[in-house]
Write a protein that binds this ligand. Structure first.
Ligand code: FES
Length: 79
């Protein structure tokens, strides 16, 4: 297994997951991405919706840096 920060948990497939309602979700892929952010429309599997969240955070952080006149990581101060 491999945990990715702000992203899915990657597990070797195939997998069969019992959901809280007693039903099962299955994937026969070689590697399966399990959603940890709970934004996926195909939960419990990742549909990459977490990427949108990451981009929003980055844009928000860049806006904050620019508002404070700080370097946003590109070596330049945006004003
Ligand atoms: S971790 Fe990818 S959609 Fe939730």
């Amino acid at each position: 297994m491999r945990y990715t920060a702000d992203g899915p948990l990657l597990v070797p497939g195939p997998v069969r997951i019992e959901l809280p309602d007693g039903t099962f979700a299955e994937s026969h892929r070689v590697m399966v991405a399990l959603c940890l952010c709970r934004r996926s429309r195909i939960f419990p599997f990742c549909d990459t919706s977490h990427r949108k969240r990451r981009k929003q955070r980055r844009a928000s952080a860049l806006d904050s840096c620019a508002a404070r006149g700080e370097d946003d990581g590109d070596g330049q101060v945006d004003r």
